[in-house]
Write a new protein. Structure first.
Length: 484
């Protein structure tokens, strides 16, 4: 255990996130100094943070007996500067102790591209952005270059949108054929909920109808149907949902309509034909890996050949913008397995690939049953990501969006790569928060974006039964958000 003891409450989330990045497999505990005594015997490293009136001191009690410390001035009225100084000093102390650096330095937030994006909007050039990200966050040159490249591409793509009068729509279908071992998204096994899916659609249609009224006269730019796995719906249920959307919203300004087909074991010809008939322009067929042993272990319950067959079926039906998701750092996967996966994908020639670094959140099976899987190797390195980037480049793809998550293998990132004209616009919008997103369905989070104002959010309940019975309350919550 790593123990962080504070003399008062301040910046504890930032400290915890940074320490956890250095010690991803350790339990990191943050508490006040007077409560820390009981935990000190269990700790293999103790970090003491003392907030003085005009300075901060960080002391480390090391297992080998050393007590390094660092002190620096603190202006608590400038919280951003104080937080950055605190994290930089803590980072340097941990680098010295562990002998390692982090690819993103002190950055622990999920949207690092926002930094170069904001600076570009202020007229700053690449040299100024690089200098700032190195001095303020100790980010590596490689990650700085990647974030600048993506920010440039995002700005170009966002230029197509009406961010003030436009909006986007997210529809959540929180059901899956089975729950993957690494997953912590809002999803429920189809076998348990199959008899209630129409009840769920009843509630969702009410939310769709009210949202259409609230946004009448505005321009709908993108629709994203996600989950879960939307193609767990039957062809009849898909037809019902898509017809409801079609009859409720004006599509004349629609630039992109995405549906996650996701799991190959949920795809068949009739479902794909239904998606195609309703103007879906972009789908995902997600293998995660092309190694069967790994698929079996993580509970995907489909075969590598089903992935290939589903992809080819979609191509034969005219889908010309197909994304495939992969995960780096899956259990039992080697670098050679990653190379093998990309070799298989090159033969399929997808239009975009999203490369995820495994993130184990508390709800995921691998995290919940960590003792059971303690001996399972999960490896993600810069070489893994370089292999992915190189393979995507060979397929004519360039990086177009990036985000990070807590507890991510190797402290890396998720990156979307796409061929020219095939980038997922909604993916950029959800990261950069430049446009209002009306998110419908259990577990979804709506975001109201207004120029010059902080993003306002409104979340629906995650539980499907609660969503169905409390749909009136969910609708009223949204009304207050849109009319605030």
């Amino acid at each position: 255990m790593i123990l962080i003891q504070l003399n008062k409450e301040d910046f504890e989330y930032d400290i915890h996130s940074l320490v956890k990045a250095f010690y991803p497999s350790e339990n990191v505990s943050v508490c006040f100094r007077e409560k820390a005594e009981k935990l000190q015997e269990e700790a293999r490293l103790i970090l003491d943070v003392d907030y003085g009136p005009d300075s901060i001191t960080i002391k480390a009690a090391l297992p080998e007996g050393g007590h390094p410390q660092v002190s620096f001035p603190a202006d608590y009225e400038d919280r951003r500067q104080t937080k950055n100084l605190l994290k930089m000093n803590l980072y340097q102390l941990l680098c010295a102790h562990t002998g390692k650096t982090l690819p993103w330095g002190t950055l622990t937030g999920i949207r690092p591209v926002k930094i170069p994006m904001s600076m570009m909007e202020q007229g700053r050039d690449a040299a100024a952005i690089t200098r700032y990200m190195k001095e303020t966050y100790a980010a590596s040159q490689e990650k700085i270059d990647l974030s600048i490249e993506i920010a440039r591409r995002e700005r170009s793509l966002l230029g197509q949108l009406d961010c003030e009068q436009g909006y986007s729509l997210y529809i959540g279908i929180p059901f899956c054929p089975s729950t993957c071992l690494y997953c912590s998204f809002t999803s429920y096994p189809l076998s348990v909920w199959e008899s209630r899916i129409d009840d769920y659609l009843d509630a969702l249609e009410k939310e769709i109808a009210d949202t259409a009224r609230q946004f009448a006269g505005r321009h709908l730019n993108t629709i994203y149907i996600g989950g879960g796995t939307p193609t767990t719906l039957s062809p009849r249920q898909l037809e019902r949902l898509l017809s409801c959307l079609e009859n409720s919203f004006d599509y004349s300004h629609l630039l992109e309509f995405t549906a996650e087909a996701g799991r190959p074991d949920s795809i068949d010809r009739e479902k794909l034909e239904t998606l195609r008939a309703h103007g879906i322009t972009r789908i995902s067929v997600n293998p995660q890996t092309m190694k069967q042993e790994t698929l079996d272990f993580i509970g995907r319950r489909h075969t590598v050949e089903q992935t290939v067959e589903s992809f080819r079926l979609a191509r034969s039906l005219g889908f010309d913008n197909i994304n495939m998701d992969l995960i780096m750092g899956l259990p039992k996967e080697t670098l050679d397995d990653v190379r093998h996966t990309f070799d298989r994908l090159k033969m399929l020639e997808p239009d975009s690939i999203t490369v995820h670094s495994l993130a184990l959140k508390r709800a995921a099976g691998l995290a919940m049953f960590s003792e059971e899987y303690a001996g399972v190797k999960m490896l993600n390195t810069q070489e893994h990501l370089d292999t992915a980037a190189s393979a995507c480049a060979q397929m004519g793809m360039k990086p177009y969006y990036l985000y990070r998550q807590k507890n991510m293998a190797g402290n890396f990132e998720n990156t979307g790569y796409a061929r020219e004209g095939k980038a997922g616009i909604y993916n950029i919008l959800i990261m950069e928060e430049k446009q209002t997103i009306a998110a419908l369905g259990a577990g979804s989070i709506s975001k109201r974006a207004e120029p010059g104002e902080r993003i306002k959010r409104c979340a629906n309940v995650k539980d499907v039964s609660q969503y169905i019975t409390r749909i009136g309350e969910m609708i009223e919550r949204k009304r207050r958000l849109w009319n605030a």
